[in-house]
Design a protein around this ligand. Structure first.
Ligand code: GLY
Length: 356
């Protein structure tokens, strides 16, 4: 197991990566006056309770969980469990459980420590690291949230063995994104290990999760509250959010939408910023090897959402992306591995071509 420190002004914690990392949870909870667990019901059934004797709220993971009702349920659970500001809330599940648990922890009694134990590939390489928390509003995804750095993150790669193939591939979308942002060494490693990753080889999983956490940790430390450089982590995400919004939230898994977003961002970077076609080819090949669509055409074919993923609906979804200025979508594009530019507008002709 490896431990990756994240040191921010006024806060320091470790991300522990490796097979068996979740067995560190009882030690991290020791000394707290109370411990409560927000757990994905399926994960708890497959992998056990994490910490014996802790009050546990089991929930059904998924985007509908990230609602006002879901938040109220978790806050009521914290109150019923008698948590104080010296207690610990553990979020044990994928990204939706981590986002909701993190937000509840940031609100309960004005701030309670949260231990993130992410159980999906997507949550281990992205969502659990960096302190973003959120629920969705009817107006859009992740529109109500906070930055609340966790007390620790345990990325137990052994837990990834029970993910469905679809959920695992979705996580590979974020792996590919982070590898491009990380630079040639990270991208080269993901290319080298993709075959073993798909086989869920334990060593490949740990190496790649570790590499992604290191890339993300470096970016987060430079800009914890996303005022500048952290926006690089949104590579492919302006397109991805438009896809998720046009398809209806939950219809296309986030990492799948990110994969298509990476393919579109690569083509946009080639057309506007002099990015080499080789980077587009490498991106598309990695997505294909991961079992992910790299174009809207392929996505429409796989998900049968032709009526929803129309160019007009996607263009409207771009206008609503919360990271861009109102009505003028901005994009994060890679000119090369590790060379990411932010805040790029794209002209309407190019957008029309990309969204066709
Ligand atoms: N998922 C992007 C970020 O944490 O900033």
């Amino acid at each position: 197991m490896v431990s990756i420190p994240i040191a921010l002004e006024g806060q320091r914690h470790e991300v522990i990566v490796g097979a068996g990392a979740s067995s560190e949870a009882p030690a991290l909870a020791a000394g707290r006056d109370r411990v409560a667990i927000l757990a994905d019901r399926r994960v708890a059934a497959l992998h056990g309770p994490l910490i014996d004797g802790a009050s546990t709220l089991e929930v059904d993971a998924g985007e509908p969980l990230k609602s006002m009702d879901g938040l109220a349920q978790v806050l009521d659970f914290c109150a019923a469990a008698g948590l104080s500001r010296g207690s610990l809330l553990v979020a044990y599940g994928g990204g939706t459980v981590g986002d909701l648990g993190g937000l509840a922890a940031s609100l309960f009694k004005r701030g309670l420590d949260v231990l993130q134990v992410p159980t999906t590939l997507l949550a281990q390489v992205d969502a659990s690291v960096g302190g973003k928390t959120a629920i969705n509003l009817p107006a859009g995804k992740n529109l109500a949230g906070s930055f609340h750095q966790p007390a620790g993150v345990l990325c137990d790669t052994a837990l990834l063995a029970t993910l469905s193939d679809a959920e695992f591939s979705s996580g590979l979308g974020e792996v590919i994104k982070t590898s491009i942002i990380g630079g040639e060494a990270a991208l080269g490693q993901t290319e080298e290990l993709m075959g073993s990753l798909i086989e869920r080889d334990p060593r490949a999983l740990t190496a790649v999760v570790e590499a992604c956490v290191r890339v993300k940790a470096q970016v987060v430390v430079s800009d914890p509250e996303e005022r500048g450089p952290r926006r690089a982590l949104n590579l492919g995400h302006t397109f991805a959010h438009a896809i998720e919004s046009a398809a209806g939230y939950g219809a296309v898994p986030h990492g799948v939408a990110v994969g298509v977003g990476l393919g579109l961002a690569a083509r946009a970077a080639e057309a506007t910023c002099g990015a080499p076609s080789e980077l587009t080819e490498r991106t598309v090949l990695l997505l294909e090897r991961a079992g992910l669509p790299s174009s809207l055409g392929a996505l429409r074919g796989v998900y049968g959402l032709e009526e929803r993923l129309t160019p007009a609906a996607l263009r409207a979804g771009l206008a609503h992306d919360k990271k861009g200025a109102v009505g003028a979508p901005e994009f994060v594009l890679a000119r090369g591995a590790g060379d990411v530019i932010m805040g790029q507008p794209l002209d309407e002709d190019l957008l029309a071509e990309l969204l066709a």
